[in-house]
Design a protein around this ligand. Sequence first.
Ligand code: ZN
Ligand code: FE
Length: 256
Amino acid sequence: MKLIPIPAFEDNYIWVLIDGTQAVVVDPGDAQPVLDALARENLQLQAILVTHHHFDHVDGVDALREATGAVVFGPARETTPEPRTAVTEGQTLLTLGMNWEVWDVPGHTAGHVAYVCQPAGESPLLFCGDTLFSGGCGRLFEGTPQQMLTSLTRLAALPGETRVCCTHEYTLSNLKFALHLEPGNADLVAYQAWCLAQRNQNLPTLPSNIALERKINPFLRSSEPTVLASLQAHDAASVDQLGAFATMRQWKNNYR
Ligand code: ZN
Ligand code: FE
């Protein structure tokens, strides 16, 4: 199968997964670049998957549904464009000839879901919206640190080769903060150099993968002694993993 990130807005990616002539799109915040890609590659859109209700993930849904007749799946606990099939934790949807698991991953928004699938003979795919970013995670607009930590801990337990399809190109800015916390992390230093080279050629840093994120993403590393020590030096309230995670998320909000 072919996986394409379509750049949209300032720094969004709209992911399209293609099997032959059939395609699925995740979080189409804008319809036109998706319609252009479908026309260019002569594709039929089977389904539109939505992770959460923010405009940059849903504003293209109606136009795409009308133009293609694709079915729409969206998070049961959030309001997203109708008509749709509401999905939640434990449900499986069938499209592109395979099963997609739905996971509830609250934190960025209250009803945020992720989609996990395993194309035959390929590494698994995770479409995680604004929950997990490469080197970072989404802001807590509606959820608590505990919810986000639980969501991220679940995602981090996916097989290491799982490809992480995040919806924003925030990687370099995330790595700057990550290196502030872990200046001695050699994987992080090497990854930053690779990401810089990618961005200098105007190429995406995504998809990432779970094994890499476990090594470099501080939001998956809030129990690592080096990360904890940096957070405790910043804010003494970082006594345990949850306190450290909350400190880290708060700090990153204001970090430049
Ligand atoms: Zn969002
Ligand atoms: Fe977003």
